[in-house]
Design a protein around this ligand. Structure first.
Ligand code: CS2
Length: 496
């Protein structure tokens, strides 16, 4: 392979790679970002790269890895430069991104991360820590006080390891030293993510120091935000192909699609970057966009992931290339998910749906169904269960949602319809696998086992006989005839 990407070697870089249009060393750090995964690098870091080029300012990013040292070790030897490959069909645009200034590993020095959050030059603190990173209680609304990281962080706050613990301690320092408030932006796929983050932080802080909780409640802004860009996990093959295309090897490269969107509730505290110059939409109410994204995109993504994975397919584009998957995804979106959305003239839902299907069909992305299938226990409630609940409340048909939920149950068996085994990657994997492995005479008994998982189905749905019956019927069909037959039947019965 070629030499490793580094600012001193840019002369060897393929001239077609677009470079940062600004002098990196002339801009200070104003953003601390927790969770420097592929999604951050293909999304927020690019928006800030554009802000730096078009509006300037001290808006470079200090990335913090809350898990391991891998991303730091990928980025730091490259002076945190990395490339984004935007792929569509056979075309690829290559872009070098310069907005990340450094990456720290929280576990190696939490005190330094806390101090960085508290710096008076830090104005924006953003997060992509995935759904499970919020340590929510089984109801999903409050803090999980039994979560080992929360227990740990409340006991030894200076050594916090959860995002909430680091944030609360950093904010505490800001408050004590009168540095002033900051804006915290959650960029995870959760409903009302800003309000949720605010609530969890206040709850955490109340247990730590009630006056701090009051200050956070009154002074710290947590606007909700909707983020959208499909970013498959980078593979070794991507890195090798990119090295050939670029002339240098980039261990931190990411692959993504041309589409990108970031909509933020316009409610910041203190100084803010000019995000609008980079194409961010600042709106009074993010909810209509967020529900469309979480349900139409993420909901159908999860449905395709479980139905596709159990048939043995690997990629999203392979699934939607099959007429039965495509018809089912269309039906799920148009007939069951779209009617649950908050209408807004700003969003043309029919156009939104067809753009989504075209994005899913992009063969150059190689987006693995198993990547989407992971952490189902964290994703199902907002993507599929809540929409089903709302369909029930208004007395409407929810067979497609019931099939998608049953497909998740079928998926937890850990083997495809052809008998190929796969691992279940989920914080609740042990519990889910033990339900799936139970000896049941009827699908209904197994469904009852799953519906008792309150973290996913709340306290209500296990008592809702028509819901349990609908999911059981779909699980029976899945087990007896397979996913394709079950999807065909739902579409046929609905007249789609
Ligand atoms: C996907 C999302 O992995 C998943 O669960 O549904 O990561 C999805 O690709 C993004 O939200 C798109 O913006």
């Amino acid at each position: 392979m070629n030499q490793r990407l580094h600012p001193s070697l840019l002369g060897s870089l393929n001239p077609e790679v677009r470079r940062p249009d600004y002098d990196r060393s002339a801009h200070g750090v104003g953003v601390v970002h927790l969770g420097v995964g592929a999604f951050h690098r293909a999304h927020q870091a690019i928006y800030l790269d554009d802000v730096l080029a078009r509006a300037g300012g001290d808006w470079r990013i200090l990335g913090v890895s809350c898990r391991g040292a891998r991303v730091r070790d990928q980025l730091r030897p490259q002076d945190c430069l990395y490339t984004v490959f935007e792929r569509s069909g056979s075309a690829a645009q290559m872009r070098l991104v310069g907005s990340i200034s450094d990456v720290w590993v929280a576990g190696e020095n939490p005190g330094a991360v806390i101090a960085a959050i508290a710096r008076d030059t830090t104005h924006l603190i953003s997060l992509t820590v995935t759904e499970k990173g919020y340590c929510r209680s089984p109801s999903g609304d409050g803090l999980d006080l039994l979560h080992p990281d929360i227990v740990h962080d409340l006991a030894i706050p200076a050594h916090a390891r959860s995002a909430l613990g680091l944030l609360a301690e950093g904010l505490r320092e800001r408050w004590q030293r009168r540095v002033g408030p900051a804006t915290l932006i959650s960029c995870d796929n959760l409903p009302h993510n800003g309000a949720l983050l605010h609530r969890l932080l206040v709850e955490f802080a109340r247990l730590r120091e009630p006056k701090l909780a009051e200050w956070i409640a009154g002074e710290v802004a947590c606007p909700s935000s909707m983020v959208d860009r499909i970013v498959p996990a980078t593979t070794e093959a991507d890195i090798t192909a990119a090295s050939t295309a670029m002339g240098l090897t980039d261990q931190a490269m990411v692959v993504t699609e041309p589409f990108t969107q970031w909509i933020i509730e316009d409610r910041f505290a203190g100084v803010r970057p000019d995000l609008a110059v980079a194409g961010v939409s600042l709106v009074a109410d993010v909810r209509p966009y967020e529900s469309a994204k979480l349900r139409l995109l993420n909901g159908s993504h999860s449905a395709l992931a479980y139905l596709g994975a159990v048939t043995g397919l690997n990629f999203v584009h392979e699934a939607v290339a099959e007429p039965v998957f495509l018809a089912f995804a269309r039906h799920l979106m148009s007939c069951e998910l779209a009617p649950t959305l908050i209408p807004t003239p700003a969003l043309d839902l029919a156009a939104y749906r067809s753009t989504l299907l075209a994005r899913f069909a992009n063969p150059a992305l190689q987006h693995r169904l198993q990547q989407i299938a992971m952490d189902g226990s964290q994703k199902l409630p907002q993507r599929l269960v809540q929409p089903a609940r709302e369909r029930i409340e208004c007395g409407k048909n929810f067979d497609a949602l019931a099939l998608a939920i049953a497909a998740w149950m079928r998926y937890t068996l850990g083997r495809t319809e052809l008998g190929v085994a796969y691992a279940i990657d989920d914080p609740m994997a042990a519990r889910l696998k033990s339900i799936a492995a139970g000896q049941f005479d009827k699908a209904a008994e197994q469904v009852a086992g799953f519906l008792a998982v309150e973290e996913i189905f709340g306290a209500d749905l296990r008592h809702h006989a028509p819901f349990a019956a609908a999911v059981s019927r779909q699980l029976e069909l899945l087990l007896a005839h397979g996913a394709r037959a079950a999807m065909r039947r739902v579409c046929l019965e609905s007249g789609a």
